[in-house]
Every structure is written in C-alpha cells, then in structure tokens.
Design a protein around this ligand. Structure first.
Ligand code: C5P
Length: 222
C-alpha cells in the first residue's frame, strides 16, 4: 500500500513533490519500480488525490508499472490515505505500507520485513540514531537520552492484514491520529518488531533531500 496523496508543502515546489524527477523519472515511479520488480509483491494499492489521478495513471502507463491493482482516493492526513487503501484490500496476508516519497528502499529490507510480519504480525524498519540525542521540548535541554535505545523509524511497515485493519479502524473510531502505522498497532497492544534498515532509505521531504537523492541515484546506477 503506497500513500501518495500528500501535498509536499515542505518541498516548496508548488506541485506534489512526488512528480519531481530524480534522474529521468518522477520520485514515485522509482518507489513503485522497487515493488514492480520484486517477485514477492503480489500487487500495489495506491492512494492519490482525485485531481492527480489522471496524471498518475499516465505515468504508470509510460513507465510500464503493471502491478497497481487499485487506485483509491487519499485522505486529508496520511493515516486516512492508508485507511482508504485498507478498505480496497480484502485478502488475508502480509501488507506493507510504504511512503511513495521513499524511492531508495532495498529489496533485502522488504523481504526481512515480510518474513518478520508473517511470523509475528507486525514489523517496521528503522536505523539507529547516530547523533547525540537530547530531550528539549521548550528549547532548553532537559535530558540527554540514551541513543543506544533509540531508533529512527522509516517505512515500509509490515503487518498481517487483520492486525493493521483492526488498529486503523480503532484509531479512526477513537479520533486518534498517529504519525505512522506502528503507532496505531502499538495502541492495540500487539508487539511491533524492528528490522534494521539502511540510512539511505531517505524520505524526499525538502530540497536538501532531492540533492541527496540525486547523489544516491548515481550510486545505485554505477
Ligand atoms: O508528507 P510526508 O512526506 O510525510 O508523507 C509521506 C507519504 O504519505 C507521501 O508519500 C505522501 O504522498 C503520503 N501522504 C498521503 N496522504 C496525505 C499526506 C501524505 O498519502 N494526506
């Protein structure tokens, strides 16, 4: 499930950042290609803004993306876009939620997540914090946090379908808004495992990320 219905305001590009190109292709096409080429991926459900649906469909055609099974209308928050994807998916099994804005996801990480989620129900990827971490809610340091215990969490996040559907339904019923799917599952009490990912699985959020993305792309192509 790939939420792609954001506005990308922090990119300041005036258009959905996912249409910006890295190399020759829009960001979201790189992301989709990772799943298109992966034999473990049975199908893709994409959440988009209604007014961008046509443009997205024409890119899918142009770049021969054939695994998209459904394109649903996204919501005002990422969580609602994912909920719309969950409504469109009616089969049992492991589902992955991955930001369209993370084009550098590696197959080894996807496969490790699928394996963990199949065995334990819920698994997310992240990397260890490299910098010293401080807690400073008012701008004044309250505490230096033990970074060995901290993970910077990314997507994909993988779940057995019924676990994520139940958590998503519950969050919506409670008016709870999380920043990732794991938060929704955590509040149901189901343990969420962490799979160590890679630092280059960056989310294209601001202009600096695009510059980093261009460098990463060259490295992948070499
Ligand atoms: O804005 P941000 O980069 O954190 O969004 C992460 C992903 O969620 C992006 O792929 C974006 O298109 C998607 N999203 C969405 N619906 C929203 C907000 C974000 O599908 N309302």
């Amino acid at each position: 499930m790939i939420p792609a219905a954001g506005s990308g305001q922090r990119m300041g590009a005036g258009v959905n950042k996912l249409f910006l190109t890295l190399g020759e292709k829009p960001i979201f096409i790189h992301t989709l290609e990772a799943f298109e080429a992966d034999p473990l991926c049975a199908g893709i459900i994409l959440a988009v803004k209604n007014e961008e649906k046509q443009e997205i469909e024409s890119y899918l055609k142009q770049f021969a993306i054939s695994k998209v099974q459904a394109i649903v209308e996204g919501g005002t928050e990422r969580q609602y876009s994912v909920a719309a994807c969950l409504e469109a998916y009616l089969e049992d099994g492991v589902v992955l939620v991955h930001d369209a804005a993370r084009p550098f996801i590696r197959r080894a990480v996807i496969h490790a997540l699928v394996q963990e989620a199949a065995a334990h129900g819920a698994a997310i990827t992240g990397v260890k914090a490299k910098d010293t971490m401080k807690l400073a809610p008012t701008g004044i340091v309250e505490e230096t946090v033990n970074r060995d215990a901290l993970w910077i969490v990314q997507t994909p996040q993988a779940f057995r379908y019924e676990i994520l559907k139940k958590a998503s339904d519950q969050a919506i019923a409670d008016d709870f808004l999380g920043t990732d799917e794991s938060m929704l599952v955590e509040r149901t009490g189901h343990p969420v495992r962490i799979v160590e990912g890679t630092y280059d699985n960056v989310k294209m959020t601001t202009q600096e990320d695009l510059a980093i993305g261009e460098i990463l792309l060259k490295r992948v192509q070499q």
